[in-house]
Design a protein around this ligand. Structure first.
Ligand SMILES: Cc1cc2nc3c(=O)[nH]c(=O)nc-3n(C[C@H](O)[C@H](O)[C@H](O)COP(=O)(O)OP(=O)(O)OC[C@H]3O[C@@H](n4cnc5c(N)ncnc54)[C@H](O)[C@@H]3O)c2cc1C
Length: 408
């Protein structure tokens, strides 16, 4: 059975979150874009109170078990919520206290005990930020080339290396009760099979934020460079097995994090795109230009054709995104669909926001409106969590049945 209707629960929560976007985020959107690196404390405290007690993210094991007793909709609900929050402001959405990518990694690769240990405080209401540090000065897309090391020494792992562009890295590592999931190799000679992920609690000696980036967009979200120098963490902070297995099983486990997070990034892209599209439509209507849906193709103006094209692009991206989330809710493997959604949504939002700026001419380019900001905010969706090109590559590999060695 195919059903494109959202449940009543999701629709109700979407309406509530839309109000958060409209009333709490939009009014401070420009301010925290201008005041990069300053935290909207009041907003963060309100959001923390609103989210206290809620569950976080997708637990693959739980999804699989729950799917056996009937479909769930927590992943779909997350996508719908994130679209609304990002309609409000994508940078502020990313700065909301949340285990984020770090939490997704724990859920994807951690044991039941680790999920409880690292994520339960979030559910109990204590402040908690999470971050995930993979990218290094010499590797991003090719994460298998990372150089950060984890060496076992007695009852500890000792981490050494440099991580860059870590979203919420500052809050997770230094400014609050948080944690950073760090990817490191336990055996360089083993290649991908030697790569494992480790949870480093905030304020652990040897972990230091040395820079916070100045960015083009999502400026309310901190993006940190973190150095690990003889950073000691407990042995049981490794996610999954410490054993270097053949067949890259450990690395595959870590990569599975992205199957859960790419649909969420795609959902955020949809929110920015919809903000721009709604705004452009209203502005055009005020100027007496109404898009004539259903009119004969030969009578459409160039603007109408462009508008319909970007709108349908956004809708196609939404369907892919919801499908990737829907599959997770049913405990199905969604590696292909997650990359399709991320690639399509990144492309769609970049185009939608550029066109919206174009429709409004110089006003679109002015800082008087948020349109130019949405255009800047949009581009990151084509970069983090796997660039546009890398997600396309994954889609091609999965469809054609090639390994990463065969098609790179
Ligand atoms: C604001 C921001 C937040 C970020 N947050 C995080 C985070 O929280 N955690 C984290 O670990 N990282 C994070 N990143 C890093 C991000 O994931 C990487 O920048 C991204 O994966 C690209 O890696 P790279 O920078 O090394 O670029 P490169 O891999 O060097 O890519 C440069 C260009 O080459 C293209 N390219 C590379 N390989 C191929 C190929 N095989 N085929 C075709 N084209 C290719 C890419 O698509 C890109 O266009 C963030 C980045 C930014 C800007």
């Amino acid at each position: 059975m195919i059903d494109f209707e959202l449940s009543e629960n999701i629709v109700k929560s979407r309406e509530m979150i839309h109000m958060v976007g409209e009333q709490l985020m939009r009014p401070i959107s420009r301010e925290y874009d201008e005041r990069e690196h300053e935290k909207p404390t009041e907003f963060l405290e309100t959001m923390w109170k609103l989210s206290a007690g809620s569950s976080f993210g997708s637990d693959r094991e739980a999804d699989k078990k729950a799917a056996a007793s009937g479909p769930r909709e927590s992943n779909l609900a997350s996508c719908v919520s994130i679209e609304e929050l990002s309609w409000g402001d994508a940078g502020l959405y990313l700065s909301i206290p949340n285990p984020g990518l770090g939490g997704a990694a724990v859920l994807a690769a951690g044991t039941a005990e680790q999920k409880q240990r690292f994520l339960a405080p979030f559910k109990d209401g204590a402040p908690k930020w999470g971050a995930m540090a993979i990218t290094e000065p010499h590797c991003g897309s090719d994460s298998a080339a990372l150089q950060t090391t984890a060496v076992r020494d007695g009852d500890d792992w000792v981490l050494n290396g440099t991580k860059i562009y870590c979203t919420s890295g500052l809050m997770a590592a230094e400014k609050s009760d948080g944690f950073v999931v760090v990817w490191a190799t336990v055996d360089k000679s083993a290649g991908r099979a030697g790569i494992k992920s480790f949870v480093v609690a905030a304020h652990t000696p040897g972990m230091k934020v040395i820079k916070v980036e100045n960015k083009m967009g999502i400026r309310a979200s901190d993006t940190a460079m973190i150095v690990f120098e003889d950073c000691r963490i407990p042995l049981d902070n490794i996610l999954g097995s410490a054993e270097v297995q053949t067949g890259n099983e450990g690395f595959k486990g870590a990569m599975a994090t992205f199957d859960a997070t790419r649909p969420l990034v795609a959902a955020s892209a949809l929110g920015i795109g919809r903000a721009a599209l709604d705004f452009a439509r209203e502005a055009l209507e005020r100027a007496g230009v109404k898009i004539r849906y259903g009119a004969a193709q030969s009578t459409l103006t160039a603007l109408e054709r462009d508008f319909m094209e970007i709108e349908s692009d956004l809708q196609a991206a939404r369907l892919l995104t919801w499908r990737a989330a829907w599959m997770m809710d049913r405990g199905k493997r969604n590696n292909l669909e997650a990359s399709m959604a991320k690639a399509k949504a990144g492309l769609a939002v970049t185009r939608v926001t550029q066109k919206a700026v174009e429709f409004l001419g110089p006003l679109g380019y002015s800082r008087k409106l948020l349109l130019e900001k949405w255009m800047r905010d949009a581009k990151i969706n084509d970069i983090f969590e796997g660039t546009q090109q890398i997600n396309m590559l994954i889609v091609a590999r999965r469809i054609l049945g090639y390994s990463s060695k065969e098609l790179s």
